[in-house]
Design a binder for this molecule. Structure first.
Ligand code: NAD
Ligand code: UD1
Length: 359
């Protein structure tokens, strides 16, 4: 009987996946990864730039396959090659604007991708799954901090968010139909920051619209001014409030979820992964300025369509059942994000990595 457990990670070349794999390797899991590089950087031999850095950080090897989840035969082939004990499913498209413009692309990638994975898992009698969900499933919350019991699926303003909700429903249904399934859905709040080494961070190949990269683009002078969407929300200073969480805290949350899956059969459980602290856009800008000693000029503009006013987590259930809490401060998030940016002004293209894809 093999001693080391093998985790299959979809989308592991991306932002959260790569950080999570650092923690999985530290916890002595064997890691098998697939990614198709739709939103991450590949290098000339079909390897992932981020995962090469993860190997550098951890001194451990990763089994990587350039495979698209929509290619079920290829997916099946990887399951045939490795004895998979558990799956962490990160792979999805996540650009909100793009999802509204190309709904079929998002439904196909995020829903068919999930279906293929569940079928291949079933074929291989692998029933342990951690799914990357999002606080977006709560829509505009009735109250904050929001608990896992809050209604989901109402007033979700974009197709990306709906795919997360639909997958959660799909997972509820399969866990009801067959009690072998043991699933944890993690609802992330707003992940930011980077590994403290500065070697890995967020480097999407698609256009992004999240706040943190914008703040730093303004700080380094690539953009003249930060546009803050809305100054008239009913919040501490009129700007939108979110629960920013350090990506390394999030990564530890996955290791905690795996431990629970291997210890206890719960069919399906959902946990919020947030800090429990609401932070306004202006508070985030001030924290960034303080930590980096840079100035971030900003202008207040109209609210962004589809934005909600306040969203932050009640993360007590994760503390109680996963034994997990976020430990990093807002300052850590800004400092680590900034270190990654400074060390890698062109992201993974910065160092002597020979790229073979155009993004
Ligand atoms: P990311 O885009 O950096 O990583 C996702 C990875 O999946 C990418 O490397 C992409 O190339 C890959 N991928 C996408 N479709 C694929 C397919 N069909 N086959 C194989 N690989 C595919 O995104 P992330 O920020 O790391 O997010 C990871 C997960 O967490 C996603 O499911 C996302 O929706 C969810 N999530 C992210 C956030 C966030 O703010 N980053 C918040 C809540 C939930
Ligand atoms: C977005 C997505 C959500 C996803 C989440 C985490 C939308 C509608 N929702 O949420 O589905 O789960 O990211 O990845 O996009 N802001 C500015 N100026 C900017 C950019 C953002 O003021 O240039 C503000 C926003 O109005 C918001 C806050 O910053 O108040 C955070 O925005 P963002 O990083 O885009 O995340 P969310 O809107 O929470």
């Amino acid at each position: 009987m093999k001693m080391t457990r093998t985790v299959f990670v979809t989308g592991g070349a991306g932002y959260i996946g790569s950080h999570c794999i650092v923690e999985l390797l530290k916890a002595d899991y064997d890691v098998v990864v697939i990614d198709n590089f739709t939103n991450s950087v590949g290098v000339c031999d079909g390897e992932s730039a981020a995962l090469k850095r993860v190997e550098e950080i951890t001194g451990k090897k990763i089994h990587f396959y350039k495979v698209d989840l929509l290619d079920k035969d290829a997916l099946y082939g990887v399951f045939q090659k490795h004895q998979i004990d558990c799956v962490i499913h990160f792979a999805a498209m996540k650009a909100v604007d793009e999802s509204i413009e190309y709904p079929l692309l998002y439904y196909k990638n995020n829903l068919i991708g999930m279906l293929n994975l569940l079928e291949v898992m079933t074929d291989h009698k692998c029933y342990q799954l951690v799914f990357s969900s999002s606080c977006t499933v709560y829509g505009e919350p009735e109250e904050c901090p929001v608990t896992e019991n809050h209604a989901t699926g109402r007033n979700i303003t974009n197709v990306y968010g709906k795919t997360k909700y639909f997958v959660e429903e799909m997972l509820q249904d399969i866990s009801y139909s067959d009690e072998k399934w043991n699933i944890i859905a993690l609802r992330y709040f707003n992940p930011v920051g980077a590994h403290p080494s500065g070697l890995i961070g967020e480097d999407p190949t698609k256009p992004f619209s999240n706040i943190m990269p914008f703040i730093s683009q303004v700080a380094i002078g690539n953009k003249p001014v930060l546009t803050i969407f809305g100054g008239d929300y009913d919040t501490v200073d009129g700007t939108g409030v979110r629960d920013y969480i350090h990506v390394m805290d999030l990564a530890r949350g996955h290791v905690a979820a795996l431990s629970l899956l291997f210890k206890k059969h719960q069919k399906i459980k959902v946990y919020n992964l947030g800090t429990g602290r609401g932070v306004s856009v202006l508070q985030l800008v001030k924290a960034f300025e303080k930590v980096t000693n840079m100035t971030v000029p900003y202008q207040i503009a109209e609210r962004r369509e589809g934005d909600i006013s306040i969203m932050y987590a009640n993360a007590e259930l994760a503390e109680k059942e996963l034994g997990w809490t976020a430990v990093h401060s807002l300052e850590d998030m800004c400092a680590d994000f900034w270190r990654w940016q400074k060390m890698n002004p062109q992201g993974y293209r910065t160092k002597d990595i020979k790229l073979n894809n155009s993004h």
